[in-house]
Design a protein around this ligand. Structure first.
Ligand code: KG4
Ligand code: ZN
Length: 365
């Protein structure tokens, strides 16, 4: 594996993220978030995201390169997110990549944002981790925009075998969090409330109808939520039924702190149970050598421990990203670029070819 110096750019959503890598080692990784700007709208507003990216991209690129200790002349390759993401936001990063490519005559590689999440646990590892990485691996990507199960047959050979048919798991958390007045994004806060509640109410968690529902059976409250897709043989998932049921549950309750804690606990259990059910189903369906996770929700300690438990049951290696690389970041985009440069040279565009590059917002694994 060649130790290239790679500049990564990701403007797919609400982070103007720029990173510099030397091989797999992260020299700098900036990701100023716009979440405060969007929080009053309860979700990302594409036109606002675009304006903010435009305002900050030049300075974030400058700072990321400066902080890496390298100069623009040292950069061997630019990796930029092509999709999936918000079209008008992606355009800002791609335009900047083209501009830098021309100015410094640097080749460019277009990266799939989800591939970045999938490979993010390999950041800052040594090259041996790549050789330890046995295939096929089962990837689970859980973010605010996607919830997918991926069969990884080799680095850069992916097949999506399951996905949410409606809302993503993180999106469900964000919408349910809004009903509770927890701000945006709400996933982390829901995790924290659920953690506190788990200690208090662990023994009251029940399952009903062969696992179709999870149930918090308290004297003061009886809270029941559907797990979703329990009768389906496919690896597809669905979170909109959970969101609707959560809304109905919330509407009948007075939202005192302990009630919010209970609601967060039961929501988290229902959401993760659906994912682990599908993980079990996938691992039963064929032999995998390891499990790898990525995406914003994989920052949750509870989520990691649930997936780890299933992976252990099948005696599989479990790979997960460092906390700081779970959410959207450009380091993971640069790493995907490194892998392409080493194994798929045909995907590298000269700085002239790169001028034709366009965003593909619907691109997915
Ligand atoms: O990957 P990401 O940063 O952006 C997308 O590409 O969507 O994921 C953001 C999602 C949000 O829905 C957020 O609520 C959720 O990840 N999230 C979490 C946690 N941290 C972020 N969900 C559960 N627990 C967390 N600790
Ligand atoms: Zn993402």
């Amino acid at each position: 594996m060649r130790d290239l110096n790679i500049l990564g750019i990701d403007t797919s959503c609400d982070e103007t993220s720029v990173a510099v890598l030397k091989g797999t080692k992260v020299l700098s990784n900036l990701m100023p978030s716009q979440s405060k700007l969007h929080s009053e709208f309860g979700g990302v507003v594409p036109s606002l995201a675009k304006l903010e990216h435009q305002k900050t991209i030049d300075s974030v690129v400058e700072r990321a390169v400066r902080r890496s200790g390298l100069g623009f002349k040292d950069i061997d390759l630019i990796a930029v997110t092509q999709g999936p993401g918000l079209a008008i936001a992606l355009e800002v990063g791609i335009r900047k990549a083209k501009e830098l490519a021309i100015q410094y005559k640097i080749p460019v590689v277009a990266v799939n944002h989800m591939e970045g999440h999938l490979l993010s646990s390999l950041l800052n590892t040594d090259f041996d981790t790549f050789t330890d990485f046995k295939f096929p691996t089962l990837g689970i990507l859980v973010s605010g925009g996607h919830t997918e199960i991926i069969q990884v047959d080799s680095l850069s050979n992916y097949k999506k075998i399951g996905q949410t048919l409606d809302d993503a798991c993180g999106e469900c958390f964000d919408k349910c969090g809004r009903m509770l007045g927890l701000g945006y994004p709400a996933g982390k806060t829901i995790s924290e409330f659920a953690k506190r509640a788990r200690k208090k109410y662990k023994t009251y968690i029940k399952r009903e109808n062969k696992g179709e529902y999870v149930y918090l059976d308290l004297h003061s409250a009886q809270m029941r939520l559907p797990v979703g897709m329990t009768n389906a043989d496919s690896f597809d998932m669905s979170f909109s039924g959970l969101k609707t049921a959560f809304g109905q549950l919330v509407s009948g309750l007075r939202l005192r702190v302990e009630v919010i804690e209970q609601l967060c606990l039961i929501l988290e259990i229902a959401a993760y149970r659906q994912i682990t059910n599908k993980l079990n189903l996938a691992l039963k369906s064929q032999t995998y050598k390891s499990v790898i996770i990525g995406g914003g929700v994989s920052a949750s300690a509870r989520f990691r421990s649930e997936i780890r438990t299933v992976a252990k049951r099948y005696d599989l290696n479990f790979f997960y990203p460092d906390q700081k690389f779970c959410g959207d970041n450009a380091a993971m985009i640069a790493l995907s670029g490194l892998i392409k440069a080493n194994f798929f040279k045909q995907s590298i565009l000269s700085f002239e070819q790169a001028q034709m590059l366009d965003r593909e917002p619907n691109l997915s694994i």
